[in-house]
Design a protein around this ligand. Structure first.
Ligand code: NAD
Length: 320
């Protein structure tokens, strides 16, 4: 059986597939025309960020499974897969810790003047440390976590380590589950209004697009910090720019953008109260190893009719 790997992944997944006697092709050119040609006879696809729409998928004559290297699957036409009974898997156990560490790194960076302090010392201006803008603690601060799934829960654990007060907005979860994790369930607007930090961990869909927009930003505290490591478009970039430029909120950290990479003259680039990272929250070496292997295991186990690695990995089980 033939498996296509779209985009670069850690070699351990590729070796795993080959060791298990699957033919592997690696495809770097993810233009639709090339994909239509290359994917025609593949049985499985290991997918990073390429967009797989019906116009490409309809040419895949043998396709049985798409295995996402990651957990978000907004780049795949899931309705088409459901209709054709093609499995969609994710690597549900791989990336929560890596993304959660990225969130906490952003909080620290945005409250501690790390790069200004570093420049000061290297430029021989140690004595001017009192002239730097105020720095802040996470200790006893309030955080609102929006979306309390795999990643939201890991962020909560780490915030508890900093003695933060953790509030959670996730109306799809039983409140007891949130309380059992020593967090406080709260409504969206109330949580935005009382929190010093807000971190977003939602899937991107029609309901979550512009989830944080003008009204939400207006509710937030003047000193608050917003971090989005989920998907671009969940935070409205125009209104976030305005809120940061006018100092309506203090700072933001963005790992994801409406368009990736962002336009060369994106307004965010002119701000000094935003930290931007290139959608690499889940790209630690350890996480890349885990994702590559788990995505490959999903493919092998599905094609060989073996039990799935984890119940959460098969996204569209009711259609398969
Ligand atoms: P998950 O499915 O485990 O959790 C998502 C949570 O959001 C669920 O608990 C769900 O109930 C909640 N939710 C859904 N719609 C909601 C709404 N309208 N309002 C409030 N809560 C809502 O997902 P996860 O593994 O925690 O990942 C979250 C997102 O993070 C992914 O969908 C993906 O897009 C993104 N992600 C980004 C990176 C990165 O590199 N930056 C890496 C991994 C995941």
């Amino acid at each position: 059986m033939k498996i296509a790997i779209l985009g670069k992944v850690h070699s351990n997944g590729l070796e795993f597939l080959k060791k298990n006697k699957l033919e592997v092709i690696e495809i770097e050119n993810i233009e639709s025309q090339n994909l239509i040609k290359e994917l025609r006879f593949v049985d499985g696809i290991l997918l990073r960020t390429a967009k797989l729409e019906e116009k490409v998928l309809q040419h895949c004559e043998n396709l049985k499974i798409i295995s996402r290297h990651g957990v978000g699957y907004d780049n795949v036409d899931i309705n088409y897969l459901n209709k054709k009974k093609i499995a969609l898997c994710i690597t549900s156990t791989s990336n929560a810790a890596s993304v959660a560490e990225h969130v906490l790194s952003m909080f620290i960076y945005l409250t501690k003047n790390l790069s200004l302090s570093d420049n000061l010392v290297k430029q021989g201006n140690f004595d001017k440390r009192s002239e730097l803008p105020d720095i802040f603690e996470l200790y006893k601060k309030k955080i609102l976590i929006i979306g309390f799934g795999r990643i939201g829960k890991e962020v909560a654990k780490r915030c508890k380590g900093f003695d933060m007060e953790v509030y959670v907005y996730d109306p799809f979860l039983n409140k007891d589950l949130i309380i059992k994790s020593n967090c406080a369930p709260i409504e969206k607007n109330e949580g935005l209004a009382l929190s010093d930090f807000v971190s977003i961990h939602l899937p991107l869909n029609e309901k979550t697009k512009n989830f944080i927009s003008q009204n939400e930003l207006n509710l937030m505290k003047k000193n608050s910090v917003l971090v989005n490591t989920s998907r671009g478009g969940i935070v409205n970039e125009n209104y976030l720019f305005q809120a940061l430029e006018s100092k309506k909120i203090r700072a933001a950290g963005m790992d994801v953008f409406v368009s990736e990479p962002p336009e060369p003259n994106h307004p965010f680039f002119s701000l000094d109260n935003i930290l931007l990272t290139p959608h690499n929250a889940a790209l630690t070496l350890e996480c890349r190893e885990r994702m590559s292997l788990e995505a490959s295991q999903n493919i092998l186990y599905f094609l060989k009719n073996m039990p799935v690695l984890n119940e959460d990995n098969l996204v569209n089980k009711e259609f398969i």
